[in-house]
Design a protein around this ligand. Structure first.
Ligand code: GLV
Length: 354
C-alpha cells in the first residue's frame, strides 16, 4: 500500500462516478484531490440499473446515494472497481457481503448526522404526540372559530396532567438512539432501550434501562426506531408488535421504512391500536402504503433525518474523502468492511495502483 499520499493530479486512479448531485463541498473536495468526478446527468430522477451498470464498468470508485441499489449483479460487472463510498450512514442499499467477497471496500458517513437525526426524531415525536400538523392544517383551513377545552388533545410528553413520567422506548441504541435518549432528559422521561446486537451497550449507559422488545412495546408511551435494516430487522414491528403497544402510544421511525410492516401500521393507526405515528422513512420509498396519507394521526416526512445544510455538507465531504482514499489504494477512513483490505480479492483489484 502507498506509504505517502500522492499530490493532487497524481492519483493512480481518478474516475469517480457520483450517482446524483451532492453538495458542492463534496465534489469540490474530489476535484481538489485530483479526482475526475462525473455526476450522473441522465434523464429522469435517478440513474436506472442499466445506466448504473454502464457507469460502474468504467469508473474507479462509485460515490452512491441511498436511493441506488448496489447489488451483486452490479458489483460483479465492475472488476476494476476500487470502492463504493456511500453518502449515508445506512448501507442497506449496498450488498455488503458480495462487495466484501469481491474485494470491494464500502464506506459510509457516520457521526456527523447523529445529532441532526436525533433532532428530527424529536420533531416527529413532538409533532405526532401533540398533533402539530393536524393543528396547522386546522388553522389553514379556517376551522379555528372558537377556542375549546377539548380542541386537538394530544399525548403528554413531559409528566403532564397525571404527573406520571412518560416512557420513551428506543429500539436500536446505537449513536442516534443514544442521542435521542439524551434529549429525553429535558422532558423528564424514563428511557428504556432494546439493542439486540449488543445489550451491554445499554447496560453501560446511564441514559436507558435495557429491556427485551416485548417489555419495551408494552411499557413505552413513545417508541422510536433506530435500528439498521437487515434480514433480521425487516418487519421487526408488524401486526403483533403494534397490537402489543399502548393505545395511546406514538411510533416514530427515522431508521429505515422496512423495519415496520407499513400495511399493518396503517391498520393499527386506523383502528386506534396506537395513537399516532411520525415517519421519515417508508417501506418502498418514495411510495407510501395505501391509506397512510389519508390518516390524520400521522406526521409524514420525505426522509429528511439528516437534512440540515451543515450536516449534508459534512456528509458529502466524508464521502469524498473516502472516495479519494479508495482511489489512492489507502484504507477509507469510514470503511465498514475493513477486513477487505487483507483479502486477495482486494489485492488483485488494487495491484494496478502500485
Ligand atoms: C439516511 O437515512 C442515512 O442513512 O444517512
Amino acid at each position: 500500500m502507498a506509504e505517502t499520499e500522492p499530490q493532487a493530479g497524481e492519483l493512480p486512479a481518478r474516475r469517480v462516478f457520483v450517482t446524483r448531485a451532492i453538495p458542492a463541498a463534496g465534489t469540490d473536495l474530489l476535484a481538489a484531490g485530483g479526482a475526475q468526478a462525473t455526476v450522473w446527468s441522465g434523464s429522469g430522477d435517478a440513474p436506472g440499473p442499466e445506466e448504473l451498470r454502464a457507469a460502474l464498468a468504467s469508473t474507479d470508485v462509485l460515490l452512491s446515494l441511498l436511493t441506488e441499489q448496489i447489488d451483486a449483479n452490479l458489483l460483479a460487472a465492475a472488476p476494476q472497481l476500487l470502492g463504493v463510498a456511500n453518502h449515508a450512514v445506512g448501507h442497506d442499499n449496498v450488498d455488503l457481503e458480495t462487495a466484501t467477497q469481491l474485494g470491494i471496500p464500502v464506506s459510509n458517513t457516520p457521526d456527523v448526522l447523529t445529532e441532526t437525526t436525533a433532532d428530527l426524531t424529536w420533531a416527529l415525536l413532538l409533532g405526532a404526540g401533540r398533533r402539530i400538523v393536524e393543528a396547522d392544517r386546522f388553522m389553514r383551513l379556517g376551522n379555528y372559530r372558537l377556542w375549546g377545552p377539548q380542541l386537538l388533545l394530544g399525548e403528554d410528553i413531559s409528566p403532564g396532567g397525571d404527573g406520571q413520567r412518560k416512557t420513551l422506548g428506543i429500539i436500536g441504541f446505537g449513536r442516534i438512539g443514544e442521542a435521542v435518549a439524551r434529549r429525553a432528559r429535558g422532558f423528564d422521561m424514563a428511557v428504556i432501550a432494546y439493542h439486540p446486537s449488543d445489550p451491554e451497550r445499554v447496560r453501560a449507559s446511564e441514559l436507558a434501562r435495557p429491556v427485551e422488545l416485548s417489555e419495551l412495546l408494552r411499557e413505552a408511551d413513545f417508541v422510536s426506531l433506530h435500528i439498521p435494516l437487515t434480514t433480521a430487522t425487516r418487519h421487526l414491528i408488524a401486526a403483533d408488535e403494534l397490537q402489543a403497544m399502548k393505545p395511546t402510544a406514538v411510533l416514530v421511525n427515522t431508521s429505515r421504512g422496512a423495519v415496520v410492516d407499513e400495511a399493518a401500521l396503517v391498520v393499527a393507526l386506523r383502528e386506534g391500536q396506537i395513537a399516532a405515528a411520525g415517519l421519515d422513512v417508508y417501506e418502498r420509498e418514495p411510495t407510501m402504503a395505501t391509506g397512510l396519507a389519508e390518516l390524520p394521526n400521522t406526521v409524514l416526512l420525505p426522509h429528511v433525518g439528516s437534512a440540515s445544510r451543515g450536516t449534508r455538507e459534512a456528509m458529502a465531504k466524508i464521502a469524498a474523502t473516502n472516495a479519494l482514499a479508495m482511489l489512492r489504494g489507502n484504507p477509507a477512513p469510514q470503511c465498514i468492511n475493513r477486513a477487505v483490505y487483507q483479502s486477495a480479492a482486494y489485492a488483485r483489484r488494487a495491484s494496478r495502483l502500485w
